[in-house]
Design a protein around this ligand. Structure first.
Ligand code: NAD
Length: 404
């Protein structure tokens, strides 16, 4: 008997469905001049390194290998791992030997727990490593996830989960085979403002939802696909939608509590701009939901900065601006329940995400932001590009697959 599942329930669905899902090919129509190749880059300018190595706090602490020592790993994630209850950095994986030595010394990671990318599979024999945190350009997420599972490790993988829904399905299947945990690092699910916004919307604080608007944009400096992986089709996919715009996709889903049943979208790729020879500069999309609500999503690499979310309901409007930052969130409701909100320190999201992951590993608690969620989002991204390419509205099944 086929699975019968409502759009609303798929939002929170995990595990059980994946085996019944079919593959849709990546839909972006852009050309890439390069194939994805691993590169060992030097320590980024201004990288934060600790003055003294952090200490492991508990015997049951989960040993994590950080895979990729770029800006996000060094400046946001690694300095905050100490704030997590039971996680510690037990190994590093990088393509740059000098950076590996510098970062390894700063974090007190022994020399024999510092791996080059080509030695990655040797982590199988390293009992200090329980899990890997993959913080590489998107093109490498699937390969390193599947290899980590083959090595018997659990995986926390940065967003977007992968370049295509087909890759996501392969990652989920590899995790199942290995009987290991897969989590996608969607940090906003552990950030107090976004968690409170989800609760408020579930309690109908603005009444019945009619319109959701999200905008995640910035203006990129001069660059080329060879200089910056985010502008390289083979490494990043179609561009801002998979990167910053994914926060808008996620917000529209967790604020509405529904899956869209249609997407119509446009993309913009300016001619003669060296930044946008391979990726889109701007993506705009309109979703409809079964409830009658509509979402309008914008994301760009070529316009003034925005990180904005708004939900307009029958009785009021929720406004989040900035909505999904590392810190500095602001949130208010206008209308019947008018109020400003300060639900907590947004920076706890990084440790909260790790605590969620390590609880799943040590206590068997379910993962909220699992592989199925990452897969769902890649399906919506593929449907967005399919709509933009064909100029037609794409209809969606409750699990995000394109219909017809
Ligand atoms: P980055 O460019 O600063 O670092 C990328 C790392 O990958 C570097 O260590 C680099 O040496 C390595 N690498 C290997 N092969 C490479 C290649 N061919 N080109 C470029 N780098 C290569 O990138 P980042 O900002 O740290 O992003 C890494 C991952 O983290 C991405 O998946 C990104 O989406 C994610 N990220 C998430 C957030 C968030 O808020 N959750 C924020 C920033 C980045």
């Amino acid at each position: 008997m086929p699975h019968i599942i409502s759009r609303r329930s798929f939002i929170g669905t995990s595990g059980a469905l994946a085996a019944t899902l079919t593959t849709t090919a990546g839909a972006a129509s852009l050309q890439s001049s390069t194939t994805a190749r691993l590169k060992g880059l030097p320590l980024p300018a201004g990288a934060r390194l600790p003055a003294t190595p952090p200490r492991r706090k508990r015997d049951d602490s989960v040993g994590i290998a950080i895979v990729g020592l770029g800006g996000y790993a060094l400046n946001q994630i690694m300095p905050r791992i100490e704030q997590a209850q039971r996680a510690h950095i037990s190994a590093l994986v990088s393509g740059n030997p000098e950076k590996l030595a510098q970062v390894g010394t700063a974090y007190g990671v022994p020399a024999d727990a510092r791996y080059a990318y080509e030695d990655f599979d040797r982590i199988a024999a390293d009992d200090r490593i329980d899990a890997v945190y993959i913080i590489l350009p998107t093109a490498f997420h699937a390969d390193f996830t599947i290899r980590a599972f083959a090595a018997g490790k659990h995986v926390l993988c940065e967003k977007p989960m992968a370049l295509s829904s087909a890759e996501c399905e392969a990652m989920i299947a590899a995790g199942r085979r290995a009987n290991r945990t897969l989590m996608i690092a969607y940090r906003c699910h552990f950030e107090p403002y976004n968690v409170e916004a989800m609760r408020l919307m579930r309690e109908r604080a603005v009444g019945a939802i009619r319109l959701i608007r999200t905008d995640q944009s910035y203006r990129a400096g001069p660059t080329t696909p060879a200089q910056n992986w985010r502008f390289n089709r083979a490494l990043a996919g179609g561009g801002p939608l998979e990167d910053y715009g994914l926060y808008g996709v996620q917000s529209a889903l967790y604020l509405s509590g529904e899956m869209p049943d249609s997407i119509s979208a446009t993309t913009f790729q300016p001619k003669g701009d060296p930044r946008f020879t391979e990726i889109f500069a701007h993506v705009g999309a309109q979703w409809t939901f079964p409830s009658g609500a509509v979402a309008q999503l914008a994301t760009a690499y070529d316009s003034a900065g925005a990180n904005f979310g708004q939900v307009r309901g029958t009785d009021g409007t929720l406004i989040m601006d900035p909505a999904t930052s590392y810190s500095g969130q602001r949130m208010r409701i206008e209308g019947r329940n008018a109020r400003d909100f300060t639900p907590g320190d947004p920076t706890v999201q990084f440790a909260g995400q790790l605590d969620h992951f390590t609880s799943a590993i040590r206590d068997g608690t379910p993962i909220l932001t699992d592989g199925e969620m990452g897969l769902r989002d890649l399906r919506l991204i593929e449907a967005t590009y399919a709509s933009a390419r064909t100029g037609r509205t794409v209809r969606l099944a409750p699990d995000g697959r394109m219909l017809g």
